[in-house]
Design a protein around this ligand. Structure first.
Ligand SMILES: Cc1ncc(COP(=O)(O)O)c(C=O)c1O
Length: 379
């Protein structure tokens, strides 16, 4: 099921870029009134509901997978593998969506700090009929990826292995399209032009794509006179996530888009991209996957947004990003602000029996004892 029905194609016409349809796009935008009121903030705030991008499994990774699955199919792949931590949303999205386009899913997984948020995902990943390779540590990846490719080829499969988060220039084009989609919603009067956009950043794919797309929209005169500033909230320590890495991927995505469109306005310089990016490292806490008090507070606040589905955030990514926005709203920092909601709010499928792998079982037992308040609320 290839699709041309995406903002990128509406703006640039036919492009030599295959995409498959996984998401129900455009995702809605809505005011964050209940959050603003609870905080008594004078700053206006909105939300882009990418959590609603699919009823199968939503969130930000759907847009990246629309491009990467198409790339896998074009290369004749039979299997597509996600690479990520035990609680990876990218891996869950791959597992649930790949069969819809005729690909067999798999995952290369490595441990992360135990949490209830991650446990919800691992329960699905561990019980589903996917080809899993479980590592003891992420540092094994450089050896594990070639091993996975070679061993699966020997079994007659044609594997396509994605890098963590799908963070390639091609994968980022899904989020260039998302920025154009937002610009079209602004142009249609669905929301005011945001002054700044707040989003969680891990692999950098989402932020890099948005950074490029916002510039292009402004250059083409769609929605914004000036591009909104992007506030990327780090959930992994430097240098795993850094402004340099975001800008590097954005520059490569921009060059790729210029080559696909032949339009020089798609080429955005490193300096221009950097000037529009703010990396906020204040919400990381004790590290990746470790819940913070500010994140939990933001989760409770955002659960006040209830339609069309409760805005349930997670402690690893979106709760920390929301906490960065809460701090700005408390300070009445001038808006309008836009929160990019990246964690799926679609109900997860029921999971089957526990895995036999003792490492996974031990990790799951520790995660179940996380002890904090629920990490996703309002389901
Ligand atoms: C819910 C959620 N939000 C934000 C991100 C960050 O996106 P990226 O990895 O593209 O930087 C991720 C990454 O997996 C995610 O799962």
């Amino acid at each position: 099921m290839p699709t041309r029905d995406r903002a990128l194609f509406e703006v640039f016409g036919r492009l030599p870029l295959p995409m498959v349809r996984l998401g129900e796009l455009p995702t809605p935008v809505q005011p964050l009134g209940p959050v603003q009121q609870a905080l008594g903030s004078r700053s206006e705030a909105w939300v882009k509901r990418d959590d609603l991008s699919s009823d199968v499994y939503g969130g930000n990774k759907i847009r990246t997978l629309e491009v990467l699955f198409a790339e896998a199919l074009a290369q004749g792949a039979t299997h597509v593998y996600a690479t990520g931590a035990f609680g990876s949303n990218h891996a869950v999205a791959t597992l649930l969506h790949a069969p819809r386009v005729g690909l067999r899913p798999g995952a290369l997984l490595f441990p992360q700090p135990p949490s209830l948020t991650a446990l919800e995902n691992l329960r699905v990943l561990a019980s589903a009929d996917a080809d899993r390779l479980r590592l003891l540590h992420w540092s094994q990846l450089p050896f594990a990826v070639p091993y996975l490719r070679a061993s699966r080829r020997l079994r007659g499969a044609r594997p396509f292995v994605m890098v963590p988060g799908g963070a390639t220039p091609r994968g980022a084009l899904g989020y260039v399209s998302a920025a154009l989609e937002l610009a079209k919603q602004v142009a249609a009067g669905e929301l005011p032009p945001p002054r700044a956009i707040v989003v969680g950043v891990g692999s950098t794919c989402t932020s890099a794509g948005l950074l490029v797309g916002l510039q292009i929209a402004a250059r083409l005169g769609i929605g914004f006179a000036a591009p909104p500033r992007l506030v990327a909230v780090r959930v992994t320590p430097w240098p795993i996530t850094s402004a340099t890495l975001i800008v590097r991927l954005a520059t490569r995505a921009s060059a790729l888009l210029e080559s696909l469109t032949g339009d020089p306005r798609c080429r955005v310089s490193r300096a221009v991209l950097r000037a529009n990016l703010e990396v906020d490292g204040t919400q990381l806490g004790r590290g990746y996957g470790r819940p913070t008090a500010a994140g939990r507070e933001a989760i409770a606040l955002f659960a006040r947004v209830r339609n069309p589905r409760p805005l349930a955030l997670d402690t690893t990514y979106s709760g920390k990003a929301a906490a960065a926005l809460v701090a700005r709203l408390r300070a009445n920092a001038p808006g309008p602000w836009l929160f990019w909601s990246t964690k799926s709010t679609a109900p997860l499928p029921a999971h089957g029996a526990s895995p036999s792998d003792p490492v996974l079982r031990g990790w799951m037992a520790r995660a179940a004892g996380d002890g904090g308040p629920p990490t996703t609320v309002g389901r």
